[in-house]
Design a protein around this ligand. Structure first.
Ligand code: AMP
Length: 462
């Protein structure tokens, strides 16, 4: 934990030195200077005490300072920026008070939910402005002049350029959540454009799991005497997370995965894969074997992505097969297990993926699959983590007994993927891809039908 704040600037009204002596579990939100209404909202959300990042940053943020928060995923950083913003909004209500930028659409929805829950007592109005959703309904939402907008950068830029009457010229707060990622990808130029059309006189909160050179650059460019609060080392994972690996030849990967799904039956599990194709295929394969699996990847229309996530969150599907689209920020407190079907490409990705479990003090397990081709990658990750992963205990013979069933399920999945591809091609042109939520249901029903058809077809062929 470290705080780095320039002297001579606004200081918190609360006694920072006395606070520093206290552990978070001995501290209350009121002691941080949080208003009674917001303390009540925190209580309603079962936030009994502030987390580390909240304890260290909220007193400064309430006082109007810019913040750079370096905190690991799951540390409570959304509330760390939402609480001071809502408090200042309460003092000075206005439309387009704050804009939060996030790198993924799912994260944007989640941030907006936190604002709505914390702001419910004072009627905070929020709009989510992300790609993949209808521009027109977003324009209508913007015309209702919400207090807070939570956006992905591309779509915000689009509205800034094309939606009549919409501007951020009175904006008071800009938040960049997962800033390392926002500046990493092709978002950079869009962020530059957005910075040009918002007031320089504003507060900026920059939250990131890691301080990259790009984050440092942005800090210099647009933050004013920020207070830097750091509660995470670069590659730290929480103590309640048990981290395992399994080493086997590539050809047995699916067999090990199915074995683990049997072992972890009843647990809520995310399986991370490298490609959209694998994600889809594994989800079909698992469903064919009777598991309640649902895919989530970037090639799915946004409504389907949200539908899949909601089903997993609600528990009606307990296995989410996902690409790294789901690895950042997504907060599903009940995830018990994370499987890295493919070894992540970097230590940072590893931290984000396994950070989907063991959140907010809970326990969790992660198992990373290592084949003959991944040894170097996993060694690099272990070096960054400064620890060795433990071997997941199992009997290899028991795994291999599943081989035949898994082979069959793989074969069916390949056929279904082909059928899906075929029907997508013939559907294209007739129907707009971006349907409503129950498209996922239709797709799933489609899968079941295909399965029956396949069985029948099989009989005929015999
Ligand atoms: P975040 O890092 O914002 O994704 O938050 C991770 C999880 O911690 C979310 O489920 C929050 O609801 C929860 N959380 C945030 N602040 C607190 C708190 N002070 N006490 C308990 N849980 C919290």
């Amino acid at each position: 934990m470290s705080i780095d704040a320039e002297k001579g600037e606004a200081q918190p009204k609360v006694d920072i030195e006395a606070l520093a002596q206290k552990k978070p579990e001995e501290t209350t939100f009121a002691e941080l200077g949080v208003s009674p209404q917001l303390c009540e909202a925190c209580e309603k959300m079962n936030f009994k005490h502030p987390t580390d990042i909240q304890k260290e940053s909220i007193p400064w943020a309430i006082e109007g300072r810019d913040i750079i928060g370096l905190a690991q995923t799951g540390s409570g950083k959304t509330a760390a920026f939402a609480i001071p913003i809502i408090q200042r909004l309460w003092d000075n209500p206005q439309a387009f008070f704050a804009c939060v930028l996030a790198p993924t659409r799912e994260l944007a929805y989640q941030i907006s939910e936190t604002f709505e829950s914390l702001g419910s007592l004072i009627g905070v109005r929020c709009a989510v402005i992300v790609g993949g959703m209808d521009m027109m309904s977003q324009s209508i939402a913007l015309s209702k002049r919400p207090h807070i907008i939570v956006c992905t950068p591309g779509r915000l830029q689009d509205h800034l350029e094309n939606t009549k009457g919409f501007s951020l010229k009175n904006l008071k707060y800009l938040v960049l959540d997962e800033a390392d990622r926002l500046l990493d990808m092709d978002f950079g130029p869009k962020i530059d454009q957005i910075l040009k059309v918002i007031p320089r006189e504003r507060n900026t909160f920059l939250f990131s799991a890691t301080m990259t050179t790009k984050v440092a650059k942005l800090q210099r460019a647009s933050l004013r005497k920020p207070v830097k609060v750091e509660v995470a080392t670069k590659y730290s994972t929480v103590k309640t997370l048990l981290q395992y690996y399994l080493f086997f030849p590539l050809k047995h990967k699916d067999c090990y995965m199915v074995y683990l799904m049997n072992e972890f039956a009843g647990n809520s599990t995310i399986i991370f894969t490298r490609t959209c194709h694998d994600t889809q295929k594994i989800a079909i394969m698992l469903r064919n074997l009777g598991f309640a699996a649902v895919p989530l990847h970037g090639q799915m229309p946004q409504a389907k992505r949200l539908g899949a996530l909601n089903k997993f969150k609600a528990g009606s599907r307990n296995i989410l097969v996902a690409t790294d689209v789901a690895s950042r920020g997504i907060d599903i407190p009940t995830v018990d297990v994370v499987i890295n079907y493919d070894v992540p490409q970097s230590s940072k990705d590893y931290i984000h993926r396994v950070g989907r479990t063991a959140r907010a003090g809970r326990s969790g397990k992660s198992v990373t699959f290592v084949t003959q081709y991944d040894v170097e990658l996993i060694q690099r990750i272990e070096k960054d983590l400064e620890r060795k992963l433990d071997l997941f205990p199992l009997e290899k013979d028991e795994v291999m007994m599943l081989q035949e069933r898994v082979d069959e399920a793989q074969r069916i999945a390949t056929l279904e993927m082909k059928e899906q591809e075929h029907s997508k091609k013939s559907k294209r042109g007739r129907k707009n891809d971006d349907d409503d939520d129950d498209d996922v249901d239709k797709e799933e029903q489609g899968l079941t039908l295909t399965k029956k058809k396949f069985k029948g077809g099989n009989k005929k062929r015999r």
